[in-house]
Design a protein around this ligand. Structure first.
Ligand code: FMN
Ligand code: EPS
Length: 388
């Protein structure tokens, strides 16, 4: 069995729940590590007023005893502090007062189509679950996948490479885990200081002009064993699974593995990673244009994923829309909103990549206890002669 992650919860409801099923027993978890990721997801220049209210933390309510998994589903609860301000509007049960409905769908959000599909005249019935508040629960669950991956030697990092027109300079050497030290100190989680400052200026100027912003983040998994995923059927291809997981994050519009869209622009001799062999190193590559995936399987090189985010749909100077009650032209809903969340999205991307990779390890190596997994991984390393 693989790993399953399920979330429940609305943006302004009592809280979010995440259940992760399929972790082996005996996996050591650290409460601080989970909550560190929860806090990292809240950071980033360009966030709105909501992040001043929330102090996200995940409480473990099932599946863990004295810091170790028991082998059953793990349940995590993330309270919404903002619920205090929404108790009447978001109460699970009928309330005395009549609650005003929302009738102004925002272009780019789930609002309009959601009302048709789910037979409601109140946009709030849709936007509450469509909201990326849900990603707090994914990050909590992803932290468990990260703990599992760490136990088999895999580390995941992310950084922002673009905010609208501002792009980080190309790097002359492949990134290592060490290069990411201090990335969270940048207000936009960018590795280059000068670009970081330019990105902050860009956000400041566009936000003042009532604009929102998108961009690109990159997630890299280091130390991944070769042979996760499979070429034998479309559903098993790991590049496909990674793309699905990334595209499922709210507002993501494009995913590239390795050189991604850029390989379409170069001839074959510059698109692939030639194969070499050395008695000491075994098989090796001098490039990683494929981003650690060939034939839907990991190659043993770092897994590199680039993800493009569209600008946030809610604008402080709203776009044109239609009142779904009167059918009259109107301005879209004007709500408290983030203007740029690419840095936060990168942390969510880490969680999603961690989940997909941990799932692939569970499928390939099985094991009821984490030591079973470690032993199976070590036997495989020996068989194929693979070292990091
Ligand atoms: C971390 C994060 C925060 C977001 N914050 C907002 C926000 O404040 N306002 C908004 O309109 N959209 C926000 N979004 C984007 C919407 O949730 C998303 O565009 C919407 O659910 C529609 O889904 P789609 O863009 O994938 O089609 C955010 C996305 C992420 C990843
Ligand atoms: C709450 C979070 O993000 C929210 C995502 C979001 C949306 O429409 O996606 C809209 C905003 O919600 P609110 O209207 O309450 O400010 C964001 O703050 C979060 O990331 O924790």
């Amino acid at each position: 069995m693989g790993l399953r992650l399920i979330t429940a919860g609305e943006s302004h409801g009592p809280g979010l729940t995440c259940i992760v099923e399929g972790l082996p027993a005996g996996l050591e978890l650290e409460q601080d590590a989970i909550n560190r990721d929860m806090a990292r997801r809240q950071l980033g220049f360009g966030r709105g007023g909501r992040m001043k209210i929330e102090r996200d933390r995940a409480d473990v309510t099932a599946g863990v005893r004295h810091g170790r998994t028991l082998g059953g589903p793990v349940a995590l609860q993330v309270p919404n502090r903002d619920y205090g301000n929404w108790e009447e509007r978001m109460n699970p049960w009928p309330v005395e007062r009549e609650i005003p409905e929302v009738h102004l769908p925002r272009p780019g959000h789930a609002d309009l189509v959601g009302t048709w599909k789910y037979r409601t005249g109140d946009v709030r019935d849709i936007l509450e679950r469509a909201s990326a508040r849900e990603t707090a629960a994914r990050v909590a669950g992803g932290a468990l996948a990260k703990a599992f991956l760490r136990a088999v030697g895999v580390e995941i990092r992310s950084h922002v490479t673009r905010i609208t027109s501002i792009t980080a300079p190309a790097r002359d050497k492949p990134l290592t885990v060490e290069d990411f030290e201090g990335v969270d100190d940048s207000p936009v989680r960018c590795l280059d200081d000068e670009t970081s400052r330019a990105m902050v200026r860009e956000i400041t100027v566009l936000r003042k002009n009532n604009e929102s912003l998108g961009g690109i983040f990159e997630v890299i998994a280091f130390g991944v064993h070769p042979g996760l995923g499979s070429h034998v059927s479309w559903e098993e291809r790991l590049d496909g699974r990674i793309a699905m997981a990334m595209m499922s994050i709210q507002a993501m519009k494009g995913v590239g593995i390795g050189d991604g869209f850029d390989v379409a622009a170069v001839p074959g001799s510059q698109a692939h990673d030639e194969i070499f062999f050395d008695e000491q190193r075994g098989y090796y590559r001098e490039t990683n244009r494929a981003g650690g995936l060939e034939g839907g399987m990991t190659t043993g090189e770092p897994v590199v994923v680039k993800v493009a985010m569209k600008p946030i749909p809610t604008l402080t100077k709203p776009l044109r829309s239609v009142d779904i009650d009167t059918k009259e032209p109107a301005q879209a809903l004007r709500e408290r909103t983030d203007s740029c969340t690419v840095p936060a999205a990168g942390v969510v991307g880490e969680a999603m990549l961690a989940h997909v990779l941990a799932d692939a390890y569970r499928r390939k190596f099985g094991g009821d206890h984490i030591d079973d997994v470690r032993e199976a991984v070590a036997a495989y390393e020996q068989r194929i002669g693979w070292t990091r």
